[in-house]
Design a protein around this ligand. Structure first.
Ligand SMILES: *Cc1c(COP(=O)(O)O)cnc(C)c1O
Length: 393
């Protein structure tokens, strides 16, 4: 693996590459192989004893997944990582590798739906319990720490409320109590935010979202300190959630264009947010880089740009929200995010419809709230579609 130790994100993302084969290919080939061969018994023994780093079996490692991991580590400023089949495989395996029965988690309330299900439905089976704090309770975080608290977990910006949590402040609390700090950095991507710089021990991504950015493959990755990744690697080697070489090959290529894509996503998102802020059919807009965002200063401190997600509330509640969706012409009604195509969702009638009223409030969802994952279409076309749908309410 050639790491040229370039300082800049764009150069690292483009240039880090696994060693070329005898064919001197420019683009990394796809290594669709389940296993790797050995010259003799001694070589095989040494490989199994981990005396030499080499590929052995693709459940453990593969040149394509290693290339993707090396790139992600460079982009996040991490020592090591492991790549998973999906974002949820990364989330689950990270917890499962590091936690013991009886451990306690402190997490922000606004977490991805499946992560919430792990915390509330599955982890309690192993006596691992979670205490939530809402974004407005960040100051009270320390009071939630118990003697058995093993880690603090956050997502920022949050889904779907686009709230922002202060990574530096939270990491200080974690350090003070000697507990792990784990960040799901999916909404920001490594281009916009590097939680390790602010004290995180581990960073998780669903690569399915902006890292692929084109709605093609699923993937996940956890990066961080070498000792923690070693635990996660040993667990994953046995349990088998590894990313496929094909997906790693796609995602390594996707990383080469992440910076230019993210720049345009963010530029379009900010323009849409500014347009919505003065629209007569809109009650409020939330976007981290709008000065009206309650945590604007924190967002400016820890993020390079505001991200691709804009949340806003249409006037008129659930009915107006549904009408807005039925009037949308170009933007897609879909559950994904971070795609080249602009996607709108109505959490109150879809993804979060089963939540009790107070839970909706805790995660920042109101009846007329719309989440827009702003894509790479010409921005005036996105604005025109949203505007005509708002006019139709
Ligand atoms: C989508 C998502 C996940 C899960 O990722 P999958 O690749 O769908 O398994 C986890 N966290 C966040 C914040 C997400 O948006």
């Amino acid at each position: 693996m050639k790491n040229q130790k370039n300082k800049h994100f764009e150069t690292e993302a483009v240039r880090i590459q696994t060693d070329r084969t005898k064919f001197s290919e420019h683009s990394t080939p796809l290594y669709l192989t389940s296993g790797f061969v050995f010259e003799d018994s001694e070589e095989m023994r040494a490989a199994f004893a981990e005396e030499k780093q080499r590929d052995l079996y693709s459940r453990y490692s593969n040149p394509n997944t290693s290339e993707f991991i090396t790139k992600m580590c460079a982009l996040e400023g991490a020592e090591d990582g492991f790549a998973f089949a999906t974002g949820m495989a990364a989330v689950y395996s990270t917890f499962a590798a590091l936690l013991n029965a009886g451990d306690h988690i402190v997490s922000c309330r606004s977490v991805f739906g499946a992560t919430h299900a792990l915390f509330t439905k599955y982890f309690p089976k192993w006596n691992i319990n979670t205490t939530y704090f809402t974004t407005t309770e960040e100051e009270k975080l320390e009071e939630l720490i118990q003697p058995n608290t093993k880690l603090i977990y956050v997502e920022t910006p949050t889904n779907p409320g686009v709230d922002v949590l202060d990574l530096e402040k939270i990491s200080k609390v974690a350090k003070k109590h000697g507990i792990l700090f784990v960040v799901d950095n999916c909404f920001a991507t490594p281009y916009l935010q590097n939680p390790i710089k602010f004290g995180a021990d581990l960073v998780i991504h669903s690569a399915t979202k902006l890292i692929d950015g084109q709605g093609r493959v699923l993937g996940g990755v956890t990066v961080g300190t070498a000792d923690l990744i070693r635990e996660i690697y040993l667990f994953s080697r046995v349990t088998g959630p590894a990313m496929s070489p094909f997906n790693a090959w796609v995602l390594s290529k996707s990383l080469e264009t992440l910076a230019v894509r993210a720049d345009r996503h963010c530029e379009n998102a900010l323009k849409l947010a500014e347009f919505l802020e003065i629209h007569s059919k809109v009650n409020w807009v939330k976007y981290p880089f709008l000065p009206s965002h309650p945590r604007y200063e924190v967002a400016k401190k820890q993020m390079k740009l505001g991200g691709s997600i804009v949340a806003f509330e249409v006037k008129g509640g659930v009915d107006a929200g549904k009408k807005f969706f039925d009037s949308i012409e170009m933007c897609s009604l879909s559950a994904n995010l971070g795609d080249t195509r602009t996607i709108v969702t109505h959490p109150a009638s879809t993804t979060h419809s089963k939540l009790a009223a107070e839970d909706k409030e805790a995660v920042g969802i109101t009846d007329g709230m719309v989440r827009c994952s702003v894509g790479l279409e010409y921005v005036e076309d996105i604005i025109k579609d949203v505007d005509q749908a708002l006019t139709g309410i």
